[in-house]
Design a protein around this ligand. Structure first.
Ligand code: TXA
Ligand code: MG
Length: 338
């Protein structure tokens, strides 16, 4: 298959029009969003949804997020909508925020991998919103090969999926850089299933009884059932054996400089003190920079070709919880405490 490259950065109207035509014809189109690039198909088209799973090599039991452009679309995708939804929507939509609600009848069951719930998000990226306005609600997981770091620019989408999907809309690099926060409102109290751009602190202002799902920071046992199936898989992982290192800058620099043939993934302030192969992912206290850069840095780790990589762990507050959660999985829960 030849994948069409639609340059929204050059001619947005033409790219949007072509993407809509392809989606309405049951095709797969990768689209930019403010979090990560998504691989979209119409949410009411079971055959197109099945193709998403095969293009990504995604496990069949891992459900997809449905993207809407405006609140008027919400009743098309979900039912029994609780009153808290309007408070969340007012604060966090459009934006990096996903709600788990009861699944509506128009949504292909394949989208939710058989669950009676549906994940819904209204992205803020104007190009994808315009596409959704014309094509209708779109199911879209991250546009990467399953298991690899999510793509935060069009080049990484092409690297993984060129020849396997119908088109890629080429837009700007993703501003947030980690996937949306996933909050379940079908449980009482509400449950944070995946941390993201909307922080735990912001959610607690609305939901003081918020529960953080155990899968956010710990590895599920083999027989445990995941509230968010995506959290149980090896994820976001470079080919290079990766470790997450916790400790002061001084301890981290000493530790990596004692190791031969490795890649250090450090903060800007540590960069000049680290020997050998190295990448940095922002200033120590700049959580937004860590989120924006981390997936691209994880992809570059493999390009530097070493046996092992040691990532200095970020602080876990604010958006840092999301970055830490992704790094834990990239490192297959191998954490070194100095
Ligand atoms: O920012 C994002 O959310 C990006 C962009 C493209 O919008 N999408 C994304 O999709 O990250 P994906 O498929 O990579 O992750 C979806 C996550 C998975 O962890 C999945 O298990 C969870 O959402 N999820 C989806 N539907 C669910 C449901 N009904 N119940 C619980 N978890 C669900
Ligand atoms: Mg993903």
């Amino acid at each position: 298959m030849i994948t069409e490259h639609l340059y929204a950065d050059e001619n947005a109207a033409a790219a949007i029009e072509r993407a809509v035509a392809l989606l309405c014809d049951g095709k797969l189109v990768a689209v930019p969003t403010e979090t990560v690039y998504g691989l979209a198909a119409r949410a009411d088209d079971p055959e197109a949804i099945k193709k998403i799973f095969s293009a990504k090599g995604r496990p069949q039991d891992n459900p997809l997020i449905v993207h809407i452009s405006d609140m008027e679309m919400l009743p098309l995708v979900a039912e029994d909508i609780p009153p808290e939804v309007s408070i969340c929507a007012e604060r966090f939509w459009p934006g990096p925020f996903t709600l788990i609600l009861r699944r509506g009848k128009n949504i292909a069951p394949e989208v939710s991998a058989g669950l009676d719930t549906v994940a819904v998000r209204m992205p803020s990226d104007e190009i994808v919103r315009e596409i959704i306005r014309s094509a209708g609600p779109l199911a879209a997981p991250s546009a990467n090969t399953s298991g690899k770091p999510s793509p935060t620019n069009a080049a990484r989408v092409i690297e993984d999926l060129d020849g396997k999907i119908d088109a890629v809309v080429i837009g700007s690099d993703c501003a947030v850089g980690v996937e949306s926060t996933v909050l379940s409102l079908v449980t009482d109290p509400p449950r944070l299933l995946r941390p993201g751009g909307i922080t735990e602190e912001q959610l607690r202002e609305i939901f003081p009884r918020l529960v953080i799902d155990s899968a956010v920071l710990t590895q599920l046992g083999a027989d445990e059932r995941a509230a968010s199936p995506g959290m149980k898989y090896k994820h976001y992982a470079p080919e290079t054996k990766t470790y997450l290192v916790e400790g002061s800058s001084e301890a981290y620099v000493k530790y990596v400089n004692e190791r031969y043939d490795r890649i250090a993934v450090c903060f800007d302030e540590e960069f000049s003190s680290v020997d050998g192969k190295k990448l940095s992912y922002g200033s120590i206290s700049d959580g937004n920079a860590h989120a924006h850069k981390i997936f691209e840095v994880l992809r570059r780790v493999d390009e530097l070709e070493s046996a092992e990589a040691y990532v200095h762990a970020p602080p876990k507050d604010g958006i840092g919880l999301a970055v830490y959660n992704r790094l834990l999985r990239a490192a297959a829960f191998r954490v070194i405490k100095l």
